[in-house]
Each structure stands twice: as C-alpha cells, then as structure tokens.
Design a protein around this ligand. Structure first.
Ligand code: SF4
Length: 401
C-alpha cells in the first residue's frame, strides 16, 4: 500500500532504533504481525518506537478523510443488578443476594431514571451488563430491551456479555442460539466485549473458574456474528498474565475475526484492586497500558477500532493513547458502576464538553458516533459552540437524580 512515511519516522527507525526497523517495513507492506513479532514488541523498551508503528498502522488502515477522527459515543450504562452467583476474583461489583448493598432494578425504575437524565434525547447507546442472577432471566431482559427500544428508539441497545448469555441459556435450559434470537427480536442490536478477561486457561482457572472458557467466549461471539449482531472484545490485563498470554489472547481474537468478521472494536482494560482478591502487585503501569494499545493495533489488523475505555485506563493515559493506535475513547459513560466499585479514579460520567476537549487537545477531531460507528456529528470548532457548558450540565444532572 503506497504511503508517504514522514521523514522523522524513517530517520527514527533507520538511524537510532534499528531493532524495530523490520516492523516498520511490515507495517508499510501491510504484512501480518506474527505471535513472535508481538512478543518482541511487548518486550521492547522502545515505547515511543512501538507507539509510532501503531500510529502509522492506524493511519495506513484508515481512509485519509478519517485519519484525524477520534470516535466517541454519548452512552448510558445500565447495570440492572449487582447480585451474582459467580465469584470472579477481580470483581468488586458483585454482591450476594442477602447483602444490604445488593440491588435488582425493576424495568420501570430503569426507564424512569433515563427519563430523568436531562440529555436523554441525544443519547446514542445503552451499554447493559450485570451480575449472573436468576431474577434477571430471559423474560426480564427481553422486556427491558423492548421497553428501551419503545421509549428511546434513537438509542442503540448493546447488552449482555457472552458470559451472561451463557448463564441465561443455562438457567433457562435453552440453546444459546434461541436466547440470542429472543433478545434480537426484543431489540438487542450489539454485544459488549466483556467476559473475555484473559483467554489463557492458566489465568481463568485461577481468577474466574466459574466463567466460560476463552474458546466458549469466542464461539458465542462467532454465533452472534452469524446471526447478524455486531460485537466488541476486551482483554482485562493486570491479572498476573504474561506478555505471551496477552499476545495469544489477541491472536485468538484475530482468528475469530477472520472467520466471523463481526467485531467492531478491541478494548484493552486494566484491573483495579479495591474490594477484590487480585494481588495489586500485578497493577499495570502507564507504560504497559500504552503497550497494550500499540501492540493490539499492530496485531489486530482486521479490527476496525482500538478503544481506550477511559473509565478503566484514566483520562490522561487514554488521551496519550491516541498516539499509540487508539481511535476511540468510548463515551460519556453516564452512571458507570463496575469499574468505580473497584476503585478507578476517573470521573463519573464525563460530560460531552470534557470529552471533546480531551480529544481536541490532542490535535485530533472528535467524531460522535452510534454503536455501529455511524457518524452522528463531527465536533469541529463551530459545533463546539453549541455544547452546554460543563458546569450547567453537571448541575442539572445532580438536581435530577
Ligand atoms: S465479573 Fe461478572 S460474573 Fe464475575 S463475579 Fe462480577 S458480576 Fe459476577
């Protein structure tokens, strides 16, 4: 693929950092990165070099008119229950049914809460994930999705991880295909990427033995793709996994995408350690977060988007990640509960102004999207003037909840 490599990139790899020069040649030739290549990049101390390769790969794989874009969505998280039968060691969200902090929301409450959100008319995506709880069964989710589509037809319904779908199929004693079809008929439009954690059996056995295997997770996404759903994929790093296990996770996703083609984005997450059983010695550094962005962009050549989920990664590293292969920063994330339960320090619900500011400061162009990366609005200088000042929005919202 012809691409004019800026002189500074050529000079960087040719004169001072020649150990990465073969990878520059691969990016320019559009060649696939191997497992060994990716492990080498993880182990390289040359963070800036790996970041430059990822940024170049992002640009080469993106139409010229979209190369400055950073996608974001005005989204609203719905976590209908924190009651869960499973016991993932990294989870600070789950509660037992007898806990004074356990909750399970009636559908009317979910709908009323969204109506109380002052910016509901410009929402584009509901992100719905919750605990594995018998009360939240197939009928509950089908009714919830129907109600959401009826009340808010302008908002995409993205809901239920592969692990949740598997749980619902088990409690209903139904084939998973039937569960997915029932939910599609009720209004489900896309799947989030959760439940993937790290696919390595060694890690899953230790930290989430009750959850579906990595292979099952991939099969469920493949099935969903064959039924017309789009989906996303995550990797929860910071569980004690090795760089080799992270690369194997990415290669498995790439193989699945070759087969079924329905993944929209890859979202590298990092674990938090408050109120759970994972040893904080595994906490990721900023260096490792940036490596996860860059290596995933290079390996996942068939994934259109790499997302920095700022709630997990933090606003600052997410913003820097825009130079390490990232082209999506998730969204306004109104009412996120799961990462905050585990101690993430990022803001609870960035306003649209804050989010667009963060992107524009990095020299890129904020582009508002729906769940399928259809453009809602390009937030250029003129559009920015229409934004409600952040403090007004914050005040209005805090009064209504
Ligand atoms: S991560 Fe999900 S499945 Fe695991 S304990 Fe928490 S809520 Fe339950």
């Amino acid at each position: 693929m012809p691409y004019d490599v800026p002189d500074y990139i050529d000079a960087y790899f040719t004169h001072q950092h020649d150990s990465l020069k073969p990878y520059l040649d691969k990016v320019l030739a559009g060649e696939r990165f191997t497992y060994d290549d990716a492990v080498h990049l993880y182990n390289s101390p040359d963070l800036l070099g790996v970041g430059m390769l990822a940024d170049l790969a992002r640009k080469i794989r993106t139409p010229e008119a979209e190369q400055a874009y950073v996608w974001w969505v005005h989204n609203y998280h719905i976590n209908p229950t924190n009651i869960c039968e499973d016991t993932c060691h990294f989870c600070s969200f789950k509660k037992g049914p007898a806990s004074p902090h356990a909750y399970f929301w009636a559908i009317d409450k979910v709908i009323a809460d969204i109506h109380a959100y002052p910016e509901k008319d410009t929402l584009r995506e509901f992100h719905i994930v919750a605990g594995h709880y018998k009360g939240a069964d197939l009928a509950y989710y089908a009714d919830l999705f129907k109600a959401l589509r009826k009340e808010f037809p302008h908002v995409n319904v993205k809901g239920l991880t592969a692990a949740e779908l598997d749980y619902i199929a088990k409690i209903e004693a139904l084939p998973i295909e039937q569960v997915i079809q029932t939910l599609i008929d009720a209004g489900l439009q896309a799947l989030p990427g959760g439940g993937a954690e790290v696919f390595a059996e060694r890690i899953r056995k230790e930290v989430c033995p009750g959850k579906i295997t990595g292979e099952e997770w991939l099969d469920i996404h493949g099935l969903a793709h064959s039924m017309g759903l789009k989906s996303n994929a995550t990797m929860l790093a910071g569980l004690g996994e090795t760089p080799e296990e992270r690369v194997a996770h990415m290669i498995s996703l790439r193989e699945q995408q070759d087969k079924s083609g329905g993944f929209l984005s890859f979202i590298p997450l990092n674990c938090y350690y408050e109120g759970n059983r994972i040893n904080p010695k595994y906490a990721l550094t900023g260096f490792e977060n940036l490596k996860n962005f860059a290596v995933s962009r290079l390996v996942l050549d068939n994934f259109p988007h790499i997302k920095a989920f700022w709630i997990h990664i933090g606003e600052k590293i997410s913003q820097v990640g825009l130079n390490f292969g990232v082209d999506d920063i998730d969204g306004t994330v109104i009412q996120e509960k799961i990462a905050h339960a585990a101690g993430t320090q990022s803001s609870q619900g960035l306003t649209m102004r804050q989010l667009t500011h963060l992107i524009r400061q990095s020299g890129r162009l904020p582009v508002e999207r729906d769940a399928f990366y259809n453009i809602v609005k390009v937030w250029d200088e003129v559009a920015m003037q229409d934004l409600v000042p952040a403090q007004v929005l914050k005040k209005a919202y805090s009064k209504s909840t």
